[in-house]
Design a protein around this ligand. Structure first.
Ligand SMILES: [Zn+2]
Length: 466
C-alpha cells in the first residue's frame, strides 16, 4: 500500500478542536490519513517528505468556480458584472465548443491543484449540449483532484435543460462515477416560478442545487422566497454570493440549514454586493469560500482568505467610524477564514466526514506549505495568520489527493502542462477568429467612465504656471 509521511511540520489538523501540533508528522496510507502525531514510525517503503519549517494542512475546498472560463484567464480584469453577463450570457458564451470547455476545465483544475485546492465545485454553466457536458466531465476526470460537477447551461432556462433527454442521459451515464454532482441554476424571481421543474429533477435525482442568490441586479429576495415557499431550500443548497438579501432571506437560509459560498474578490470587483460575512455571522449561516472565475482572479484560496478578512474588517471599521466609534477588537479572525477554506467547504458539500481535516480515517488530501527560499516563510508565529495573510500559492510545496502525490517540490506531478497550454491556445485562437480581433480587443478593454477632477481651492494658478 502506498504510504506518504510528512515529517516534522507545524500541523493544522482543522479537527473540531482546531488542534495545532508543532513538530508533528502526518502519515497517509492507502489513500487515507492513518496517523497524526509526533515521532511517527514510517512503514516500510513509505515516501518521506520533510516538512521542517513548513505548515501541513488539509487540502483547501473551493465551493464555486466556473472552470470553463479559465481559458480566458485575466481577460475580464476590468469588467463589471454587467460586462461579464453581456460577454458570456448574451454575446459570446455560445461560441465555446466542447473542446473549449475541456481546455478551460483542465487548466482551471490544474490551477486549483497547484494552489493546494484539492476539492473544487465546477459551476459549469457553459454546457450547451451533452457533448459539452461530456467534455467538462472528461476534463475533470483527467486531473487527479476531487471535483464536483455542478451542471448548468446559461443558453437555456433550467426548466428546459434539466428536463431534456440529453441531460437525463448524461446523468445516467456519468453521475455515479468519481465526480460529485450538483445542479447549477439561478432563480430569477418570476412569480410563475418556472425553475420549479428543475428543482423537481434535482429532488428526484437527490442532488444538491447551487444557485447565485442575492446578486445585485440579477437575483434577489423573490427567488429565495419562491424556493422557500415551494420547499426547495435544503441543508445541501449552496447560495453563492448572497450579498444583497434582506434579513428575511437570511432567516430562511438559516432556518433551512443551507450555506453560503462567499466569493469576496468577485463581490468586491464585479459588484454582486458587499461580501456578506458580517450578515452571515449575525444570522448563524455557515460559510465556505470560493474564487468564482479566473476570467478575473486566479483560483487560489489564499486570495479568498485574505480578501475576506479585509472586506469584513474594512466594513466593521467604516461602520464604526460612521458612528464616531473605534473598533478595538475585530470579529473576524484568521483562524475562522482558514476554517472556512477547509471545513466550511467540506460541510457545505456534505463531505465533512471525508475531507476538510487531518484526522485518522479521512481521505488523505494534504497540503504542505514550505518554501525554503522565501523570506516570508519564517518565523511562523501565528499559524492561522500565516496561512491567511503571509502564505501564497508559490509556497505550496506538496499536495496529496487521496494519498496520491499530485504536486511535489513545487511542481505538479504527472501532468502534461504542454498539452493543456496548446489546448487553451487553440481555444483563444478560435474565440478571436469567431469574434474578430477588434471585438476581442474591445471586450477586454471596456470604456472608462469620465472622471471629473474636483475644483481645488488650494491650487494657485500663479504657482502652476511658473
Ligand atoms: Zn459564479
Amino acid at each position: 500500500m502506498d504510504a506518504v509521511l510528512f515529517r516534522n511540520g507545524l500541523v493544522l489538523t482543522m479537527d473540531d478542536a482546531h488542534t495545532v501540533l508543532p513538530g508533528a508528522d502526518v502519515l497517509a496510507v492507502g489513500g487515507r490519513i492513518a496517523q497524526v502525531g509526533v515521532g511517527l514510525t514510517a512503514p516500510p517503503g513509505a515516501t518521506e517528505i520533510d516538512a521542517t519549517g513548513g505548515i501541513v494542512m488539509p487540502g483547501m475546498i473551493d465551493t464555486h468556480r466556473h472552470l470553463w472560463q479559465t481559458a480566458m484567464r485575466g481577460y475580464g480584469a476590468d469588467w463589471t458584472l454587467t460586462q461579464y453577463f453581456v460577454w458570456y450570457y448574451l454575446e459570446s458564451g455560445r461560441h465555446f465548443r466542447p473542446e473549449d470547455i475541456y481546455a478551460g476545465n483542465v487548466l482551471g483544475a490544474l490551477e486549483a491543484l497547484d494552489a493546494g485546492v484539492t476539492t473544487t465545485v465546477d459551476w459549469s454553466h457553459g454546457l450547451q449540449t451533452p457533448q459539452h457536458a461530456d467534455a467538462a466531465a472528461d476534463a475533470l476526470e483527467s486531473v487527479p483532484g476531487r471535483f464536483v460537477l455542478a451542471y448548468g447551461n446559461i443558453q437555456q432556462g433550467p426548466w428546459e435543460w434539466a428536463t431534456s433527454p440529453g441531460f437525463r442521459d448524461f446523468v445516467e451515464r456519468r453521475m455515479r462515477g468519481r465526480l460529485g454532482f450538483q445542479m447549477a441554476f439561478d432563480v430569477t424571481g418570476d412569480p410563475a416560478f418556472p425553475e420549479r421543474a428543475a428543482f423537481e429533477v434535482a429532488r428526484e435525482l437527490d442532488v444538491p442545487v447551487t444557485t447565485h442568490a442575492g446578486v445585485w441586479g440579477a437575483t434577489n429576495d423573490d427567488g429565495i422566497r419562491l424556493m422557500h415557499e415551494h420547499g426547495f431550500m435544503t441543508p445541501s443548497t449552496i447560495y453563492v454570493h448572497a450579498a444583497t438579501l434582506s434579513g428575511d432571506s437570511y432567516q430562511r437560509i438559516a432556518a433551512t440549514g443551507g450555506s453560503v459560498s462567499v466569493s469576496t474578490e468577485s463581490e468586491q470587483s464585479a459588484g454582486q454586493g458587499y461580501p456578506p460575512t458580517w450578515q452571515l455571522r449575525d444570522h448563524g449561516i455557515p460559510v465556505s469560500l470560493s474564487m468564482d472565475t479566473s476570467v478575473w482572479w486566479s483560483g487560489d484560496l489564499f486570495s479568498a482568505m485574505r480578501a475576506t478578512l479585509g472586506a469584513d474588517r474594512s466594513r466593521e471599521h467604516l461602520q464604526a467610524h460612521g458612528r464616531a466609534e473605534t473598533v478595538t477588537h475585530v470579529h473576524l479572525r484568521a483562524e475562522q477564514v482558514v476554517d472556512w477554506a477547509t471545513r466550511g467547504g467540506s460541510r457545505a458539500l456534505g463531505l465533512d466526514g471525508v475531507v476538510g481535516s487531518l484526522q485518522p480515517g479521512r481521505a488523505a488530501d494534504v497540503v504542505l506549505l514550505r518554501n525554503d527560499d522565501s523570506p516570508v516563510m519564517f518565523p511562523i508565529l501565528n499559524p492561522y495568520g500565516h496561512v491567511a495573510f503571509q502564505a501564497q500559492r508559490g509556497d505550496v510545496h506538496t499536495v496529496l489527493v487521496d494519498g496520491r502525490i499530485v504536486k511535489r517540490d513545487h511542481k505538479l506531478v504527472g501532468v502534461d502542462l504542454g498539452k493543456a497550454r496548446a489546448d487553451v491556445e487553440r481555444t483563444v485562437e478560435h474565440l478571436i477568429a469567431t469574434m474578430g480581433p477588434d471585438a476581442w480587443r474591445k471586450g477586454m478593454n471596456p470604456d472608462i467612465p469620465a472622471t471629473k477632477i474636483l475644483d481645488n481651492p488650494y491650487t494657485y494658478t500663479e504657482w502652476t504656471n511658473t
